[in-house]
Design a protein around this ligand. Structure first.
Ligand SMILES: Nc1ncnc2c1ncn2[C@@H]1O[C@H](COP(=O)(O)OP(=O)(O)OP(=O)(O)O)[C@@H](O)[C@H]1O
Ligand SMILES: [Mg+2]
Length: 245
């Protein structure tokens, strides 16, 4: 899955696994992405930052095949995939954890993991991987997901996503509603996964949580990526552009 050879300009930079060029998208007649440029290289973490309503979640939806591209180009491993369905995006190795985690509150931990096996993984393998990464989930395996703590729910969402063996993970507001210590723990886990070869696009309204593990940060305002670069650079712009210092 990781042999994207794209424009192959030698040793310096591998082709991005996920690439958006001038991507536009709309909800009905209202365009909200006005030409988004973004690239996620293999084994890299890209943090998508910016204020409310900037278009972060919409960008994630486009990448996951949940919202159609109305202009520009979406590419996976160098291949144009405009119009890709959510199923095909998943098959191509793009997996998303949506805002609010997307787990089923009325199913048990185990049943939620079972959902991941729709893509062909075996339940036993998915469970084993989940429980060894997050032992607390083993203790709670027969408990309804809705009764887990926020952090445990996020662990479950992450485990379920990993059950599909993704190449690119899309994380939307991983930190939402979680205590700072849990956020740090979750991002430590993400960093570990990246060390094992995963690529990650993370949308966060609160930059501090994700910047320590990001290779690149992109600042999104009003449906466009207005700048992208080293996390420290973007952090400076962030504070001057909307966090008020
Ligand atoms: N389902 C929808 N139908 C219509 N408009 C929507 C829908 N979802 C989002 N929008 C609009 O699209 C724009 C971008 O929203 P989006 O959710 O992508 O922003 P965001 O950067 O994720 O914001 P937040 O930080 O609050 O999560 C906003 O103006 C929003 O009102
Ligand atoms: Mg959002």
């Amino acid at each position: 899955m990781r042999d994207g050879t794209g424009a192959g300009s030698g040793a310096e930079e591998p082709a991005p696994l996920l690439e958006l060029s001038g991507v536009r998208a709309a909800y009905g007649p209202i365009e909200v992405l006005h030409g988004v440029d973004l690239r996620v290289g293999p084994g890299k973490v890209v943090a998508l930052l910016g204020p409310n309503g900037g278009g972060k979640s919409t960008t994630m939806k486009v990448c996951a095949g949940l919202l159609p591209v109305t202009g520009g180009e979406l590419r996976f491993a160098g291949r144009r995939v405009n119009g890709v369905s959510a199923e095909d995006a998943a098959r191509l190795g793009v997996c998303s954890i949506p805002e609010g985690r997307g787990i089923f509150p009325n199913l048990t931990v185990r049943e939620n993991l079972w959902v991941a096996t729709g893509t062909g993984a075996r339940l036993r393998d998915v469970e084993e991987a989940a429980y060894s990464r997050f032992p607390i989930l083993a203790e709670r395996r027969d408990q309804l997901a809705g009764s887990l703590s926020g952090g445990q729910q996020q662990m479950l969402a992450l485990s379920r996503a990993l059950g599909t063996n993704p190449a690119v993970l899309l994380l939307d507001e991983l930190s939402m509603g979680l205590a700072p210590m849990i956020v740090t723990q979750m991002y430590d886990t993400v960093a570990q996964l990246v060390a094992e070869g995963l690529s990650v696009l993370v949308a966060e309204q609160f930059a501090r949580a994700v910047l320590p593990i990001a290779d690149t940060a992109a600042l999104m305002l009003n449906g466009r990526v207005v700048s992208a670069g080293a996390p420290a650079e973007i952090e400076d712009q962030l504070s001057s552009s909307y966090l008020g210092g």
